[in-house]
Design a protein around this ligand. Structure first.
Ligand code: BV8
Length: 233
């Protein structure tokens, strides 16, 4: 991309999923040792689950937040950060991931559509605040002091963040790239269709076939740590 760019490509939208962080040692959701293997989605990633058993849900996210200090960005994150720094056209990196590896690699033009492990949300006043400690200790909201913090994570049935910005960027993009996602969760899984209807080229970089593969104009299978630096070069 940054070497011999195609003159027809100015505006790029990139969607990442758990597969982009897999080589950093962050478990995916639906893989052989996936996160959902250890937990039923219904028990940890639904507002009802949080209401029913807040401590179980807080601990599920506390464990994942604590694990962030033990992992590093991989070659895929670093290549995307280089593209961000060098690409003169429009570029938006939309991640479904709630880890902070894209930021730590240096990506700036980045949106977390499913929230972030390192942020908390107050169920009392709705304020979001940076958070890196355990939430299972029922800490108080820094703004309203209510003991009502939850992970700032978009659960099933909740509206993903930044959808207006994301949809406008896809409307205007010439290239839509999906990296490391199973295409199992909407609305993210529907972005490729939206991009195609706007005439964009579509490329999937994924370890193996996903639910979205048939919808992409071009598909490359392999580890993100190898495919993404190749794509960015
Ligand atoms: C909403 C919490 C509306 C964060 C998550 C339309 C049709 C059908 C269903 C729906 C629909 N619209 C809405 C729904 C319902 C639902 C949904 O999609 N259900 C599915 C299961 C059918 N969607 C929602 O509820 C969404 N909300 O639409 O709200 C609304 C409207 C009005 C008012 C209010 C609401 C909310 C979705 C967000 C849910 N939150 N998790 C967390 O805990 O982390 S979803 C969860 O799955 C994660 O966020 C994750 O990001 C997401 C997708 O998973 P992937 O990232 O793709 O990971 P996965 O393990 O599945 O796959 C990994 C891939 O990587 C694999 O393909 C693998 O091959 C590849 N890979 C592995 N290693 C590598 C690799 N690739 C490259 N290199 C490697 N090394």
């Amino acid at each position: 991309m940054t070497g011999k760019p195609d003159p027809r490509i100015r505006n790029i939208v990139i969607l990442t999923g758990a597969g982009v962080s897999a080589e950093s040692g962050v478990p995916t959701f639906r893989g052989p040792d996936g996160l959902w293997e250890g937990h039923r989605v219904e028990d940890v990633a639904l507002p009802e689950a949080f209401r029913r058993n807040p401590l179980l849900v807080q601990r599920f996210y506390d464990e994942r937040r604590a694990a962030l200090s033990r992992v590093e960005p991989n070659a895929a994150h670093l290549a995307l950060a280089r593209l961000d720094a060098e690409w003169s056209g429009a570029l938006l990196l939309v991640t479904q991931n709630v880890d902070d590896l894209h930021e730590r690699a240096g990506s700036k033009r980045l949106l977390h559509m499913h929230g972030e492990l390192k942020r908390a949300l107050c169920t009392g006043c709705g304020a979001a605040s940076p958070w890196s400690a355990d939430l299972s200790g029922a800490p108080a909201c820094p703004r309203c002091a209510a003991a009502a913090l939850r992970p700032d994570i978009v659960w099933f049935g909740e509206m993903p963040y930044h959808m207006d910005i994301i949809e406008a960027a896809i409307d205007a993009c010439d290239l839509f790239v999906s990296i490391g996602t199973s295409g199992a969760v909407y609305p993210a899984a529907g972005f490729v269709d939206h991009a195609r209807s706007c005439g964009a080229r579509t490329l999937e970089l994924n370890l193996d076939r996903s639910a979205g593969t048939p919808m992409f104009g071009e598909v490359r299978h392999g580890p993100a740590g190898a495919l993404v630096p190749e794509f960015v070069a």
